[in-house]
Design a protein around this ligand. Structure first.
Ligand code: SAM
Ligand code: SF4
Length: 329
């Protein structure tokens, strides 16, 4: 088991497959992009498969989510999913993607064993999309969503980050649009994880504000009150249900006390928290000849050191050196 000193058990593994991306969302990356990891530093598909197998077979991981950067840019993605689906006990396999290319890949990924997909969509306005993501790709994202639904990757979930003065006015239109299509929408508070260090608390659209905007249009009632568990999203039934909307108040309503996540970066570092300032190098150990037992033990030690919370409110809070795209969101 991957248990930390506060008794939390990590069962949900997020694996970043690449730090590269074909968008430049302002809350994540600067418009000019970043210096990408050199290829030799990236885990190969075989190395990823080995580490994921150790996680599932020896360490109690039950859910594997592939992310990035943009995971659809990784050519071996289908092969990686196939290998993950062959593990026993078979983990749940999901993908977080910006949706570009999903129209073509959703079918093959479903056939390979992908169970679910989260697509990031912050706006329905092509002009706002360009302002926010610095690329004119909204039609590709929308086609990707349709492809995911057609391939049966259900329920299709959508992640949206609202930015003040950019797309905050789209909370209600985004939800109405998702309801018409049976997509499950989750709003995520913007976190201090952008490479430019441009986050400011005053600019963050809070969970309370989002719920306020939605409540003016819809009747929201908590779904499963008191049963948030390790799920970061607080879920609300819309107009009595069954449709739901989620709000992830990572900053103002932290869920660190119930966190069950652990992360593996594209260059093979274990991170016990999005906001961790320390990492544990599994790639170096693996390439130096470590056995599966030794790698599992390193991983256990890395999780044991997990801090109680992200500490964004502490005066001593330091933003991690790696931005979201390199950590794997
Ligand atoms: N490129 C894929 C995508 O955009 O879905 C996967 C990686 S992305 C880093 C994963 C998720 O993190 C996306 O839903 C994105 O909106 C979210 N994200 C990125 N930067 C964020 C930030 N500073 N605060 C909150 N969420 C963020
Ligand atoms: Fe790329 Fe995802 Fe970051 Fe946007 S949030 S720049 S799509 S990695």
């Amino acid at each position: 088991m991957l248990q930390d000193s506060f008794g939390r058990v990590a069962t949900d593994l997020r694996v970043s497959l690449t730090d590269r991306c074909n968008l430049r969302c302002t809350y994540c990356m600067p418009p000019e992009g970043l210096e990408w990891l050199p290829k030799p530093e990236l885990l190969t598909a075989a190395e990823i498969a080995r580490l994921v197998a150790i996680g599932v077979e020896r360490l109690g991981i039950t859910e594997v989510r592939y992310t990035g950067g943009e995971p659809l840019l990784r050519r071996e993605l289908t092969e990686i999913v196939t290998r993950t689906a062959a593990l026993r006990p078979r983990p749940q396999i999901s993908l977080t993607t910006n949706g570009i290319g999903l129209a073509r890949l959703a079918g093959p990924l479903k056939d390979a064993g992908l169970d679910r997909v989260n697509v990031s969509l912050d706006t329905l306005d092509a002009g706002v999309f360009v302002r926010l993501a610095h690329r004119d790709r909204l039609p590709d994202v929308l086609a990707g969503l349709e492809g995911a639904a057609a391939a049966g990757l259900l329920p299709v979930k959508i992640n949206a980050v609202l930015m003040r003065g950019v797309n905050e006015h789209e909370a209600v239109p985004l939800l109405s649009w998702c309801l018409e299509r049976d997509y499950e929408l989750r709003f995520i508070e913007q976190m201090p994880l952008d490479a430019q260090h441009g986050w400011s608390r005053a600019d963050m659209v809070t969970a309370d504000e989002i719920l306020g905007m939605l409540s003016r249009e819809f009747d929201l009632t908590p779904a499963d009150p008191g049963e948030r568990g390790s799920a970061p999203a607080e879920l609300f039934l819309i107009d009595g249900g069954p449709a739901r909307v989620g709000v992830i108040g990572s900053v103002t309503r932290p869920f660190c006390g119930a966190c069950d996540r652990v992360r593996l970066t594209a260059d093979g570092q274990v991170r016990n928290c999005l906001f961790a300032t320390e990492e544990s190098d599994l790639r170096g150990a693996m390439r130096a000849g470590a056995t599966d037992d030794e790698l599992a033990e390193r991983w256990r030690v890395a999780v044991r050191r997990k801090r109680a919370g992200h500490g964004i409110d502490d005066p001593s809070f330091l933003q991690p050196a790696r931005p979201m795209s390199a950590i794997g969101g």
